[in-house]
Design a protein around this ligand. Structure first.
Ligand SMILES: [Zn+2]
Ligand SMILES: [Zn+2]
Length: 77
C-alpha cells in the first residue's frame, strides 16, 4: 500500500451515511480516548460517527478532546 493510500484512508471516514447509500468521506477526528470517526450534525448519521455536533465523543463522553486526522506527519515516519 502506498503512502498516499494510507494517508487518504486515515483522513477520510470509511463509514456510510444513512439515507445516502454512499460513503461518508467526511473528515476523520480522533478522540483522546483513542476512538476515531467523523463528526456529524445529527446523532448516528454515519456508521463510523464518533462526534456529535458539539464535538462530544459518543464513546467516552469527552467534549472537544479531539485531533484532526489529516496531513498526519507521523504516518510513515
Ligand atoms: Zn462518517
Ligand atoms: Zn472519546
Amino acid at each position: 500500500m502506498s503512502y498516499d493510500a494510507i494517508k487518504s484512508d486515515r483522513a477520510l471516514c470509511i463509514g456510510y451515511r444513512k439515507g445516502l447509500a454512499g460513503k461518508c468521506n467526511a473528515q476523520v477526528l480522533k478522540c483522546e480516548c483513542g476512538a476515531t470517526g467523523c463528526r456529524q450534525t445529527y446523532a448516528e448519521n454515519c456508521t463510523e460517527q464518533i462526534f456529535d455536533v458539539n464535538y462530544k465523543c459518543v464513546k467516552c463522553g469527552a467534549v472537544g478532546k479531539y485531533e484532526v486526522l489529516n496531513f498526519v506527519n507521523r504516518i510513515g515516519a
